[in-house]
Ligand binder design. Structure first.
Ligand code: HEM
Length: 194
């Protein structure tokens, strides 16, 4: 496989697949709700959507050792899956109505979160691939010291990229949490005052 094909498959295709499937699925569900004359259901999908997103945080708690049981690798897969389903439900919930800016800012930060999460996933995959390659080279022992040094340097850079990515992913998640909560609190206040 050529370098370009590898790059496309590893770094571009996942973004196209995740965002493409989110777009197609949310538009299809929205169209179906319109067809069935059941658009009101979409309003309620914000609740399961939020629950799915909250559930996906089990991985984040496991990673920080706030909870100690469960395989981190399995929880990461669950984190991705629940995040995707939650985002889909929230997108259908948001619909194509534009009344309240807060909800839309929350959606925007949610989508940035999905994109940032995916970037992290790719960086992580790349670093474990590099590490595996480095181990393999060690096993073969065919390289000069300098060559090994240089390759290890690139490996450590990849790890740094993962570290740097974390410092960006966290504030994006925080912004999403604040905007999403503000929207929900606003709705709850509105409900209790009427
Ligand atoms: C417990 C969870 C949630 C509840 C109960 C809820 C409730 C509602 C309700 C009742 C509306 C209609 C407001 C109106 O028509 O004026 C609404 C609209 C909306 N919500 Fe939520 N929501 C929830 C979660 C979320 C989340 C997590 C997001 C974004 C990430 C979100 C984004 C939006 C958007 C974009 C709209 C449309 C605003 C507009 O009409 O311009 N919601 N939500």
């Amino acid at each position: 496989m050529t370098m370009e094909a590898k790059l496309l498959r590893r770094e571009v295709l996942p973004f196209v697949l995740v965002f493409g499937s989110l777009t197609v699925a949310s538009l299809s569900i929205d169209a179906l709700l319109h067809l069935l004359d059941a658009v009101w259901i979409g309003r309620y999908l914000g609740i399961p959507g939020t629950l799915f997103i909250l559930g996906s945080f089990a991985y984040s708690l496991r990673k920080r050792k706030w909870i100690r049981s469960g395989s981190p690798v399995r929880l990461l897969r669950l984190h991705e899956g629940m995040g995707w389903i939650g985002s889909l439900l929230v997108l259908v919930h948001a619909g194509i109505h534009f009344n309240a800016i807060l909800g839309w800012l929350a959606v925007l930060s949610m989508l940035m979160n999905v994109g940032s999460g995916l970037t992290g996933k790719l960086l992580l995959e790349r670093s474990s691939r590099r590490l595996e390659e480095a181990r393999e080279r060690m096993r073969q022992q065919g390289l000069s010291h300098e060559e090994l040094e240089e390759r290890m340097f690139w490996d450590s850079l990849t790890f740094d990229a993962v570290k740097q990515w974390r410092t960006i992913h966290f504030p994006i998640t925080l912004a999403f949490a604040v905007l999403g909560s503000a929207h929900i609190v606003g709705i709850l206040l509105f409900w209790s005052w009427n």
